[in-house]
Design a protein around this ligand. Structure first.
Ligand code: 5GP
Length: 196
């Protein structure tokens, strides 16, 4: 379904492969700018060492399907064998109230947002290089070796898909957290200035 463009708050999508640091960047943006943040629903179970930046509502598959049928997700995707979705509310309510809203989602979800909300600002976070990404995935110490290999392969696919899609407005390299956060803040300010 093609939803109407929301003109008030700015919808900002941060996407990129697992391990690239998007949840950490999202956390910094939230604390530095006060941007609203959409809490995703997921069918995966909670991990004790989950990213601190990413908060989920954990639900079972039946509940996920019910919400999907009721059109309660702004976008959703199956990632690494689990469902993830952004709730329509409060996301649209916040945008309607003039608040900017940040989503931290995978590439498939970002492409759905691009289609439904042409004015959304889509930012893709890239690792400086592949060995650095692999090291970051290993450094998180929360995934099994198989899981890590799967995530690394998926990351390479996602980067390829993102570059090929031309759907993203900006590609930001997370070579240094402070630098990447400043760059993204500048991108958001410029987009809003252009929208006035
Ligand atoms: P993780 O299980 O590592 O927290 O997340 C796996 C992937 O799912 C990450 O790339 C994350 O950004 C993505 N993700 C988290 N929430 C959502 C969501 O609501 N929608 C979509 N499409 N992807 C999500």
């Amino acid at each position: 379904m093609n939803r109407p463009t929301v003109n008030r708050g700015q919808l900002v999508v941060l996407s990129g492969p697992s391990g690239v640091g998007k949840s950490t960047i999202a956390l910094r943006l939230r604390s530095e700018t006060g941007i609203a943040y959409a809490v995703s629903a997921t069918t995966r179970t909670e991990r004790p060492n989950d990213d601190k930046g990413k908060v989920y509502e954990y639900i079972d598959q039946a509940a996920f399907y019910r919400r999907l049928d009721a059109d309660q997700f702004l976008e959703y995707a199956q990632v690494h064998g689990h469902y993830y979705g952004t709730p329509v509310h409060p996301t649209l309510d916040d945008l309607g109230d003039g608040k900017d809203v940040l989503l931290d989602i995978d590439v498939q979800g970002a492409l759905q947002v691009r289609y439904q909300y042409p004015d959304a600002l889509l930012i893709f976070i890239l690792p400086p290089d592949e060995p650095t990404l692999l090291k970051r995935l290993e450094g998180r110490g929360r995934d099994s070796k198989d899981d890590m290999t799967r995530r690394f392969r998926a990351a390479k696919r996602e980067i390829h898909m993102a570059k090929g899609s031309r759907a993203f407005d900006h590609m930001v390299i997370n070579d240094d957290l402070d630098r990447a956060v400043s760059e993204i803040r500048r991108i958001i300010v410029n987009k809003k200035a252009g929208a006035l």
